[in-house]
Design a protein around this ligand. Structure first.
Ligand code: FES
Length: 98
């Protein structure tokens, strides 16, 4: 007897969202913070702590929604996100500069 089940990894099951950065567009999941997914796509992001303490990974959020699985200790300026701990929850548009 053969099994017809096809086990899925959590990444396959995660919702996928578009991230627009200038003329670039990448797809991200809700499984990992935005920072690691930008890096994987070859988009360098400034960072120091990678844990929500320093705010050096702050990126302007032009539209869309992110959440934080834990409350970052760094101050998150209105209209910005902390890439190291932000989970993307919708299609978003971001910018590195004002
Ligand atoms: S790298 Fe320090 S808050 Fe993101």
């Amino acid at each position: 007897m053969t099994s017809t089940s096809n086990p899925k990894t959590p990444i396959q099951d995660a919702p996928v969202h578009r991230v627009l950065l200038g003329k670039k567009q990448i797809l991200v999941t809700e499984n990992e913070p935005l920072l690691v997914q930008l890096e994987r796509a070859g988009i360098p992001v400034e960072y120091q702590c990678r844990e929500g303490y320093c705010s050096s990974c702050s990126i302007k959020l032009l539209r869309g929604q992110v959440i934080y699985p834990f409350e970052p200790l760094a101050w998150v300026q209105s209209g910005y996100l902390l890439a190291c701990c932000a989970i993307v929850k919708s299609d978003i548009e971001i910018a590195f500069f004002d």
